[in-house]
Design a protein around this ligand. Structure first.
Ligand code: GTP
Ligand code: MG
Length: 195
């Protein structure tokens, strides 16, 4: 998509604050620091509209971005960051769960996983949770640029197998550094959002 307009609409912590504009939404979920905010910036060709950081725990609210006035990207806080207090983690967990299970205009979730490592326990739990609640989702294996090319297929296979992805499904290889996977992701968005 040629993105001509991209703006933050709101940083929400509760449903009353979600935008009322009826446009299809896609959301980003994944471990802290895995590259969710970078993923959004890469797709829309903006350097830092979704704020990124080398420190985990940067995104702490549900951040809604309106794209070309026709869809929202929703950037969610990361999970699994030990340095975030237990109460904060619970608060974020509730916030994420409420959003994912109640938002009617949510069309698909991009579940972002670091291609360099096998999925963490939390990655597997999140994957199973999305399946259990029948929430449409795609696995994104990011930071591909950080791996030697010859290792990529083996790492992708480990993710597939450890998550127990069904036959015919595979993680979408992605890199916010090189833009790898961008077109494939946009195709998923067009199809999920009917745009
Ligand atoms: P939280 O908001 O803290 O949950 O993190 P996040 O998942 O939004 O991660 P963010 O996009 O802020 O990226 C974290 C760090 O990883 C930053 O230093 C990014 O520059 C880096 N990063 C993200 N994606 C990639 C990638 O594909 N390749 C490389 N080399 N670095 C990446
Ligand atoms: Mg973030």
């Amino acid at each position: 998509m040629k993105v001509t307009k991209a703006e933050i609409v709101i940083s929400a912590v509760q449903p009353e604050q979600y935008p009322t504009l009826q446009v299809p939404e896609v959301a980003l979920i994944g471990r802290s620091n895995v590259g969710k905010s970078s993923f959004i910036n890469t797709l829309i060709h903006r350097k830092n509209l979704a704020r990124t950081s080398s420190q985990p725990g940067k995104t702490q609210t549900l951040n809604f971005y309106l794209i070309n006035e026709m869809m929202h990207f929703v950037d969610l806080p990361g999970y699994g960051y030990a340095k975030v207090s237990k109460s904060k983690r619970e608060e974020w967990g509730n916030m994420i769960e409420t959003y994912l299970t109640t938002r009617e205009q949510l069309r698909t979730v991009f579940h972002v996983i670091d291609l360099r490592h096998p999925p963490s326990k939390n990655d597997i739990l999140m994957y199973e949770w999305l399946c259990h609640f029948d929430i449409p989702h795609e696995v994104i294996a990011t930071k591909q640029d950080k791996l030697p090319k010859t290792h990529v297929p083996r790492h992708a296979k480990v993710i597939r197998e450890e998550l127990g992805m069904p036959k015919g499904k595979h993680p979408i290889l992605f890199s916010s550094e090189t833009g790898l996977g961008k077109e494939e992701v946009w195709k998923v968005i067009y199809s999920a959002c009917d745009i």
